[in-house]
Design a protein around this ligand. Structure first.
Ligand code: SAM
Ligand code: DTB
Ligand code: SF4
Length: 326
């Protein structure tokens, strides 16, 4: 076994560009070599998402079905009942998911919602699952309360490069996002942060997005890489499709820059072939969302994923595998 590559937060733009643009076979070989230093290459972690509050969001994220400012016709719901969340989490656990991620279409949570959110974390944690929430921006006291309830992970995506961000969202800044990530990290909650590719960005934006995550003092523990799911009536509904090879290059860059992080092949799998997903796993992706719905959009059915896992000889990763293998 080769010595493990060092974990670095001082990557330069030049290094990242060189990694991303090297011949594809060299890139895949490098990514898979780094992957094997930290993880069993035949294991993939399964997370399950649940939308606990859908639609009617005040933010203007151009990709999102849930923004009240977009033309998308999704009606707004209230925060769902704690008991329903726990019942759904139990089903997800029976289906093999180890992490339960609860998402709300909010700019940030309100004080009146905090007791229910804390109860959801406590209830899901008591099932023996890892807990994750994605609720928008957080104040420091909210971070502490969720941590004390047992929150393991907080998801908050930077979404794209700092340069392209302004084209996608105007109602909060890239710096706001980094600020929330820092609060979460400082409180001792694990960070889940990634972004979306295929939003009409340049190659350099994909590189800079990964560089922004990889130059945080501590890398995110999970890095979701989403392929844009184009949503009818949103500003990105008709954006040109990205070459899938560029998507694989982005996954490989994430793996090489952040060797110990779980890199999640996230949104967009419904439109990906088995071969493309297999290539993403080879490039170092080792986590997926399972179940036929993400938050509002489609995801492959569980049995379809099981067929893929069987074909590839992939098994589900147990709770708590953190890149310290090898
Ligand atoms: N409202 C919270 C927030 O934005 O932080 C949490 C939920 S939000 C839907 C979580 C993430 O899902 C977004 O940051 C974005 O990266 C991803 N996402 C949303 N819509 C998507 C789409 N149509 N295609 C791909 N990814 C998407
Ligand atoms: C992430 O990076 N992707 C997930 C999760 N984190 C919250 C969400 C994907 C959403 C896809 C569009 C939808 O379901 O509306
Ligand atoms: Fe709201 Fe999150 Fe959708 Fe943005 S991504 S519109 S913050 S739900």
């Amino acid at each position: 076994m080769l010595d493990a590559a060092p974990i670095r937060s001082d990557w330069t733009r030049e290094e990242a560009e060189e990694i991303y643009n090297q011949p594809f076979m060299d890139l895949l070989f490098q990514a898979q070599s780094v992957h094997r230093q930290h993880y069993d290459p035949n294991q993939v972690q399964k997370s399950k998402l649940l939308s606990i509050k859908t639609g009617g969001c005040a933010e203007d994220c151009a990709y999102c079905s849930q923004s009240a400012r977009n033309g998308a016709k999704l009606s707004a719901s209230k925060l769902i009942e704690v008991e329903r969340v726990i019942a759904e989490a139990r089903k997800a656990k029976e289906g093999g998911a180890t992490r339960y991620c609860m998402g709300a279409a909010w700019r940030s949570p309100k004080e009146r919602d905090m007791p229910a959110l804390e109860a959801m974390v406590e209830g899901v944690k008591a099932l023996g699952m890892e807990t994750c929430m994605t609720l928008g921006m957080l104040e420091e006291d909210q971070v502490f309360r969720l941590r004390d309830a047992g929150l393991d992970y907080y998801n908050h995506n930077i979404d794209t490069s700092e340069r392209y961000y302004k084209e996608i969202i105007t109602t909060r800044t890239f710096a706001d996002r980094i600020d929330t990530l820092n609060k979460v990290r400082e409180a001792g909650i694990k960070v889940c942060s990634g972004g979306i590719v295929g939003m009409g960005e340049q190659q350099l934006d994909r590189i800079d997005m990964m560089l922004a995550l990889a130059t945080l003092d501590v890398h995110p523990d999970s890095v979701p890489v989403n392929m844009l799911i184009p949503i009818a009536d949103t500003p990105l509904a008709d954006v040109a499709k990205l070459d899938p090879i560029e998507f694989v290059r982005t996954v490989a860059l994430a793996r090489i820059l952040m060797p110990k992080s779980h890199v999640r092949l996230s949104a967009g799998r419904t439109d990906m072939s088995d071969e493309l997903q297999a290539m993403c796993f080879f490039a170092g992706a080792n986590s997926i969302f399972v179940g036929d719905t993400l938050l509002t959009a489609d995801n492959p059915e569980e049995d379809k994923d099981q067929v893929l896992f069987d074909k590839l000889g992939i098994t589900a990763m147990a709770v708590g595998c953190d890149g310290s293998h090898g």
